[in-house]
Design a protein around this ligand. Structure first.
Ligand SMILES: Nc1ncnc2c1ncn2[C@@H]1O[C@H](COP(=O)(O)OP(=O)(O)O)[C@@H](O)[C@H]1O
Ligand SMILES: Nc1ncnc2c1ncn2[C@@H]1O[C@H](COP(=O)(O)OP(=O)(O)O)[C@@H](O)[C@H]1O
Ligand code: SF4
Ligand SMILES: [Mg+2]
Ligand SMILES: [Mg+2]
Lengths: 271, 271
């Protein structure tokens, strides 16, 4: 069972990339479980024809974790991909991380945490104990960073590396950096910048995904690009990503950059 | 002592707005304390000539909270504005919220949590118990949402409203929604969209701040717009915001929107 996580700054394209990656892997014949671990709870929406499935945390708050069956929380979407949304903490009150772990434990108890590939889509803006839970507790073993060339998304990716590096010393966590996915904003020299960033954190850029309007068009049709525009170049980029993820054996302990070095790197590519 | 907080999605412009607001208030003769509560710890950078001041949390981890003096954590910047950065949790391990509260308690113990206006600049991507701490524990009493017309920043602002509404029922928190600041991305009809959003959450847009390259130019010069380009229209927008914040008496309990209603609202303004 391959257990991969996509981490990155909010809005960078984790869910779009996750849903398309899951769809592509499913088309390749694999049994996929995608678990949204972002309070936005919309990770699986494009696999579910635009539907926002109920979240595990909402159900736990409504009924208690003993009154949840597998059909309440696991939904079959495009290509048979199984979809789960952890949901978020009670606004202003709870801990997102505890909700995420509770979700995993419920899925395990229901025998639902099984698949050829489990894909965790996780918010990466704050690398507190809460959002690091999938890595800390050994669920997410191969972490892919999703970033553009924008300094703010590189900053978030770099922070996630600090967490991975720290957690790599713990027995239970077993998580490693598997690669960097550039989800482009179509900036000049963006690919080179993200490639260099990836090298310097002791990893590599595994796929460059262009910014393409076909993503918006597919979204308006409530589908992934894989489903809505399977002949497009964008769909091919997601299929390439899927192949590379399945073939990838390179797992690293990252070497995060100092803030000043990250800034100088980003500025080199602006002039 | 006026205690205000700026909350909003990461990257939306909280720190830029906070630093310029503090600078403008200071120019009006007030004693200002700005506390950065974002793990990015760069809230006060433009008031400190580009310097990233040490964070309280880093110092606590290095020396313990008993060995911290006021000069270690409170720095005087532009116009005498006093600057503090709470810092972030240990990546992958700690709780951002506990760090924020520890910072406030240390400042209180040092007699440093005093000013005409205390301005908290707080990450609003995740409205977990951690980042809601300034509101929960009664430090932040007037909350200003910083948003653009982009759905993702409105979504974050709406979530913060859920937290404010929930916490308004608790005795200790005393926090209210004081207004919405539109930090523009120069989208068509953006002002109208944010005005309508503000009305529908039972508040109002208190200031429209254009997107202006003078912000980048000032930043490259390591200064706020108030300092670097005090005759610009952008500086005047920040001064207007400062005046309105000091005159504002309207404090509301917000009425957050349902996701579907927020999306329909945003889509109305796209066509
Ligand atoms: N490669 C891309 N090209 C064009 N638009 C994209 C691309 N990737 C993501 N987007 C858009 O960016 C927005 C945010 O993406 P999303 O996957 O929801 O981010 P996240 O899950 O990281 O918060 C979505 O509306 C999506 O349409
Ligand atoms: N009104 C504006 N016009 C142009 N650029 C802006 C404006 N406000 C913010 N920015 C830019 O947006 C970036 C993010 O702003 P920042 O204040 O750091 O966001 P936050 O504190 O919410 O994470 C900064 O680099 C800043 O230069
Ligand atoms: S650990 Fe993280 S998610 Fe949990 S309350 Fe603290 S800041 Fe929020
Ligand atoms: Mg997402
Ligand atoms: Mg900031």
């Amino acid at each position: 069972m391959k257990q991969i996580a996509l981490y990155g700054k909010g809005g960078i394209g984790k869910s779009t990339t996750s849903a398309n990656l899951s769809a592509a892997l499913s088309d390749q014949g694999l049994d996929i479980l995608q678990i949204g671990c972002d309070p936005k709870r919309d990770s699986t929406r494009m696999l579910m024809n635009g539907r926002l499935i109920p979240t595990v945390m909402d159900l736990v708050r409504e009924r208690g974790d003993r009154n949840i069956s597998i059909e309440d929380v696991v939904f079959r979407g495009y290509g048979g991909v199984r979809c789960v949304e952890a949901g978020g903490p009670e606004p202003g009150v709870g801990c997102a991380g505890r909700g995420i772990i509770a979700t995993f434990q419920i899925l395990e108890k229901l025998g639902a945490l099984q698949a050829d590939v489990v894909l965790y889509d996780v918010l990466g803006d704050v690398v507190c104990g809460g959002f690091a839970m999938p890595m800390r507790e050994g669920y997410a073993q191969e972490v892919y960073l999703v970033t553009s060339g924008e300094l703010m998304s590189l900053y978030a990716a770099n922070n996630i590396c600090k967490a991975i590096a720290r957690l790599s010393t713990r027995a239970r966590s077993r998580c490693r950096l598997a690669g960097v996915i550039c989800n482009a904003k179509n900036m000049p020299r963006e690919k080179e910048l993200v490639e260099e960033f990836a090298e310097r954190i002791n990893s590599r850029m595994i796929q460059f995904i262009p910014r393409d309007r076909i993503v918006q068009v597919s979204e308006l049709n409530k589908k992934t690009v894989i489903e809505f525009a399977s002949d497009s170049a964008q769909a091919e980029a997601y299929r390439n990503l899927a192949r590379k993820v399945m073939e990838n054996t390179r797992l690293d302990i990252p070497t995060p950059l100092e803030i000043e070095d990250l800034e100088s790197l980003a500025y080199e590519y602006i002039k």
